[in-house]
Design a protein around this ligand. Structure first.
Ligand code: DQA
Length: 148
C-alpha cells in the first residue's frame, strides 16, 4: 500500500533516559520501546515514521524547520523546552501541518512551572498524562486529522 506521508515524532531533552528516569512519573518503557510502538501505530495508519530525540534546543529547532517540507504531521514531546523555549514555539508556528503536543505525565497535575507550555499555543492539540500511550494517541490523532 502506498504510504500516506511521513509522521515525525520529535523528543526533547532527557527523554533518551526514559526507563531509568523517574519511572514513577514517566513509566518503565525506554525511548526505544516507545519508538517501536509508534512505528507499529504509524504502519497501521499507513504512514512512514521518523522518530528522533535531542538534548539540544537548536537541533530541535532545525528539525522542526525541516518538517516544513518533509513531514505530513508532527508529534512533539519537547520535554523541558516545553516550558522555556520561545524558539521552539516560533519554529512550530512556521508549520502548516497538524502538530500534536505530547507528554507522558499530566503536566497540569505537577509543579506550577510545568503548567505553562510554549508548545500548546502553536499546536493543533495536546495529549498528556497517559504515559507511553500518549504517543499512540498522538499518532492516531494526527492520522485522523489527515482524514478530514
Ligand atoms: C515531559 C514533561 C516535562 O515537564 C518534562 O520536563 C519532561 C517530560 C513528559 O513527557 O511528561 O522532560 O514532557
Amino acid at each position: 500500500m502506498a504510504k500516506r506521508g511521513s509522521l515525525w515524532v520529535l523528543n526533547g531533552p532527557n527523554l533518551n533516559l526514559l526507563g531509568e528516569r523517574e519511572p514513577g512519573i514517566y513509566g518503565g518503557d525506554s525511548l526505544a520501546d516507545i519508538e517501536k510502538l509508534c512505528a507499529e501505530a504509524a504502519e497501521t495508519a499507513g504512514f512512514d515514521l521518523t522518530f528522533r530525540q535531542t538534548n539540544h534546543e537548536g537541533e530541535m529547532v532545525a528539525w522542526i524547520q525541516d518538517a516544513r517540507t518533509e513531514a505530513s504531521g508532527v508529534a512533539i514531546n519537547a520535554g523541558a523546552y516545553t516550558h522555556t523555549s520561545v524558539a521552539v514555539h516560533d519554529a512550530l508556528r512556521l508549520l502548516d501541518i497538524p502538530i500534536v503536543e505530547v507528554h507522558l505525565s499530566n503536566i497540569f497535575a505537577r509543579e506550577e512551572f510545568r503548567h505553562k507550555s510554549y508548545v500548546s499555543a502553536a499546536a493543533t492539540g495536546v495529549v498528556c498524562g497517559f504515559g507511553t500511550h500518549s504517543y499512540i494517541l498522538a499518532i492516531t490523532a494526527l492520522a485522523a486529522r489527515m482524514d478530514l
